[in-house]
Design a protein around this ligand. Structure first.
Ligand code: NAI
Ligand code: GCB
Length: 277
């Protein structure tokens, strides 16, 4: 397994760098690495010192492979970031995710960090505390695409010896605060998101890890004890926003409120929830 010893020598690629999480990582990781290569299909701010801007379409393997040249670690964020049709999920989150892992293998990139989502396990009941061992229970085709990405990562780790981290991100928002009751459980601040990415990029050696992307929320329902070795110590707590959010007295949808995936769960839901143990 590759050992990552000196952060200042690392060459890091971010896909989806023009997006919300991508811009946060760009701002907060700037200057730490030998190179931050920022790849997106969208326009980006011009490169600053230590940065490269790179045009990529994750649906096009040749553009993905080109962006991988000389890279030590990929943070893969690009894709459809929520519920959508199969016609969009398939090329972007399934084919696109395959292209990223496969291009990384072809270019001998030793580490991939994949932006998974809590929606990979969204139909678990909220009273259950979730750790990395719970079964996949996607609440949407989007969630299914994240389960696929995690499975792909596991295979590239086990078969090809790639170091892979899958981040089941909760709720990342710009502006940087939670805005509804469920987000008091699921919120991850910008600072904590960048710190989680940094820990995964810089850790000297791991094979395969699943981590929940969540802040140090009093109401957190996700267990990261399996990834203590990463050294991720979130600092922010959504509780400071709780009084204001709860005072608005906006009730959560009764189906959403039963499951970790929240508002994705009632969408197209048929029947009663008592059949979901
Ligand atoms: N924001 C959140 O609360 C959460 C986000 N995630 C995941 O994190 C990742 C990033 O999320 P956000 O930054 O919020 O989304 P975003 O929509 O702001 O960023 C996605 C980026 O991907 C780019 N993109 C779209 N099509 C592309 C293509 N064909 N080729 C290359 N780039 C393309 C977009 O231009 C955009 O800059 C996504 O994979 C999302 O599923 C997971 C859980 C929660
Ligand atoms: O569960 C959540 O709150 C978030 O999960 C996600 O995977 C989505 O990318 C984000 O837009 C949602 O808001």
């Amino acid at each position: 397994m590759t050992c990552f010893t000196k952060p200042e020598d690392l060459r890091v690629l971010i896909t989806g760098a023009a997006g919300n999480i991508g811009k946060c990582l760009r701002d907060q990781l700037r200057g730490r690495y030998a190179l931050l290569r920022l790849a997106d299909i969208a326009e980006q701010e011009p490169a600053q010192a230590g940065e490269e801007i790179c045009a990529i379409d994750v649906r096009d393997m040749s553009s993905v492979e080109r962006c991988m040249e000389g890279i030590d670690c990929v943070v893969h964020l690009a894709g459809i970031p929520g519920v959508d049709t199969w016609e969009k999920i398939l090329p972007m989150n399934i084919d696109g995710c395959y292209n990223v892992f496969e291009a990384a293998r072809r270019q001998n990139v030793p580490r991939v960090i994949f932006a998974s989502s809590n929606h990979a396990v969204g139909y678990h009941r909220r009273e259950k505390f979730l750790d990395n061992t719970v079964q996949p229970r996607p609440d949407s085709l989007y969630g299914v695409s994240k389960v696929f990405g995690e499975a792909l990562g596991r295979m590239y780790a086990d078969k090809y010896g790639m170091s892979v981290a899958c981040l089941r991100i909760g709720t990342f928002r710009t502006p940087d605060h939670p805005s509804e009751a469920r987000q008091l459980l699921t919120w991850i601040s910008h600072k904590d998101m960048a710190e989680l990415a940094r820990c995964c990029i810089e850790h000297e050696s791991y094979h395969f890890a699943v981590a929940y992307g969540v802040s140090n929320n009093l109401r957190n329902r996700w267990d990261n004890s399996n990834v203590k070795f990463l050294g991720y110590q979130p600092q922010d707590d959504s509780e400071v926003f709780a009084a204001e959010i709860l005072a608005r007295n906006i009730p959560e949808d009764p189906i959403a409120a039963q499951f970790h995936g929240g508002f994705y769960c009632p969408l197209e839901f048929v029947g009663t929830t008592d059949r979901i143990s």
